[in-house]
Unconditional design. Sequence first.
Length: 177
Amino acid sequence: MSEMPDWERDAKDWTWVLDQPCPECGYAAATVAPTEVAGAIRANAAAWGPPLAGANATRRPAPTIWSPTEYAAHVRDVHRVFGVRVGLMLAQDDPVFENWDQDATALEERYDRQRPAQVAAELVEAAEQVARQYDGVRGEAWQRGGTRSNGSGFTIASLARYHLHDVVHHLWDVSER
């Protein structure tokens, strides 16, 4: 398992989506109020049901493109990682987040062998947990800071918008392909 499967590592810095709309999925962070993120995360989680119930849920449309189940497993883990980060930002002053190698996680967790129904349930659960965290943020707490391991600085408000782009984009990946 030391070699990457058929996909390439994603080395892009996606923080630019906070400043401009995503030309692929159309997400525009500037149009989303931080207080709307929890509801949008819940709606996104619910929208994964049909792709994960379909006959092609575990089938890759091309060798270098994840199956719906692989994307959903990643989205589940995105929710979990962002939940930890929001928790740190609420509990500490300007924490530095551990690096998360999403590609290594995909390999270690064998996204390609996970069961769609189980992933669907876990995705909804993880989304609900992080959505509750966002629901609990009030007033000035939205401006609490944190820093990603690559030096990108966030407030809870910008982290929430960034988080939402990730899950919106991956549902678009599955829907468009």
